[in-house]
Every structure is written in C-alpha cells, then in structure tokens.
Design a protein around this ligand. Structure first.
Ligand code: NI
Length: 257
C-alpha cells in the first residue's frame, strides 16, 4: 500500500526520526505521504479552474536572505498565502526562512536542488535533484513538497509523467508570466500581473529580484481590489491544503534503499 507513497529522503530524515545514522552516507529512509493526500493527476498543469476568484502567487528560486523575509512581511500584512518553489541548496542554507514560510501558512514546492535543465538529465539525475531538495525542506520543517516546478519550465512530458507516478508530484507550470527575471522594473511587473490575471491563474514570479518584491504591494493590492482571493497551488488544484496534511514521520531507516 505504501510502496509508491513512501518518498525517499536522505540522511536528514533518518536523523530526524531518532538519531539513526546512515551507513556509509548512503542509507535513506522514507517519509510516508499523508493519507489525506490526493494522487497526482494530471501530470502537469498551467492553471487552476477558470471559475470563482482564486489565484495563486508563486515565487521561485529563493529563499533569498533579505528579499524573501521582506516579501513575507508584505504577504502577512495582507493575509495572503502563496507558494514558494524553493531551490534546494537555498533551502538548506536558509532553513529558518523555510520555517517562517510554513509557520505563516505558505506552501513549499520543489524547484530542484541546483536549478539545471531537468529535461537534459536522466531519471536518476532528476530524482537526485528532487529528493535532495525535499530532504532539505524536510530538515527545516518536517514535511516535504508535493508539487514540482521545473526550472525554465523545462521538462519533457515523459519526465512529468514519470515524476507524477514515482514521486506523486504533479508539475506546476504557470498561466501568467510577467517576465520579471528580465528586470523590466517594478511598475511593469505589477501592471503585467494585473493586466494578465484571471480566475484560476498561476502567477510566476521570483523572490530573488528586488524589483519583483518592490512590485508586490501594487500587484497584490490591485488583485485584492479586483476581488481575487489568494490560494496556494495545492488549494487552487482542489487538493487539500498542504499546510494541513497529516504528515507521518519516518518509522525506520531502510539501509538497503
Ligand atoms: Ni527558477
């Protein structure tokens, strides 16, 4: 029953579950997905249902040591929940920011460990990128991401299918892209978001760029003025709120994995 739902995580989980040291650094243990977690279908999505008034803000590539906390303040002030597609090595470096995200109701997604073109990697390489990131998030908050956003959106259909099947992680793309990474300036970022967002939108931005974070008060207040409500990615997909999933801590370290 749990074979496919037991996600492999590395030594961090072994340590977290009671001090079991991995032999030769290779042992892994597993985190069972919560029983109230819905399976990954479809494999990849760009937006939620275009009805109602829900939208999802997503922030990629962080955490950033100063910009992300500033953004978290803006979100908190407006009681907005968002989804952060973190880079694993940044998550490992700033676990306190990951913890703050979770404490304040945000969802954490997987954006790979080192931000490569996953489409150029084989299955083993892809899984290493994803699992290492999940492990870093696990170490910070004892839960793991349940959705993936591939860097550059670069993932083949076959890979998306494989990841949905093997890691129960749907691939989350986006429907609104203000191209903030080109640094067009805060007012352009804000107006692009406001002009292009409709019901069900998944909005792609990056919390590692100062102009993007500076654009947020205008963008967020504008969306609120237009009657939109903010949801995390899991919620916009009709899944259970990620922050409320009932996680079970790993029971055993499986030295043969
Ligand atoms: Ni990215």
């Amino acid at each position: 029953m749990f074979t496919r739902r037991n996600l492999i995580v590395g030594s961090g989980a072994a340590l977290a579950c009671g001090g079991l040291m991995p032999a030769a650094g290779l042992a892994a243990s597993s985190v069972s997905l919560p029983e109230d977690f819905a399976s990954a279908r479809p494999d990849a999505v760009k937006a939620g249902p275009a009805r109602g008034n829900l939208v999802a803000m997503t922030f990629d590539d962080g955490p950033h040591p100063t910009l992300t906390p500033a953004l978290l303040d803006m979100l908190k002030e407006r009681r907005i929940r968002a989804t952060f597609y973190v880079i694993g090595r940044n998550a490992a470096r700033y676990p306190d920011i990951i913890k703050r995200m979770v404490d304040e109701g945000h969802e954490i997604g997987n954006h790979s460990w080192s931000h490569p073109f996953l489409s150029r990697l084989g299955s083993g390489g892809v899984l290493r990128e994803l699992d290492r990131t999940s492990d870093a998030v696990y170490k910070a908050v004892q839960r793991i991401p349940t959705t993936l956003r591939p860097p550059y959106g670069a993932l083949t259909d076959r890979q998306a299918h494989f990841i949905a099947k093997d890691r129960e992680m749907p691939t989350i793309l986006w429907s609104v892209d203000p191209e903030d990474w080109r640094r067009p300036g805060s007012s352009v970022v804000a107006s692009r978001i406001l002009n292009r967002t409709g019901p069900g939108a998944i909005i792609l931005t990056h919390d590692i760029h100062a102009p993007t974070v500076r654009a947020m008060p205008t963008a967020l207040d504008g969306l609120l003025d237009r009657g939109f409500e903010f949801a995390t990615v899991s919620m916009i997909l009709g899944r259970r709120d990620w922050s409320k999933l009932r996680w079970r801590l790993p029971q055993v370290a499986d030295a043969t994995s």
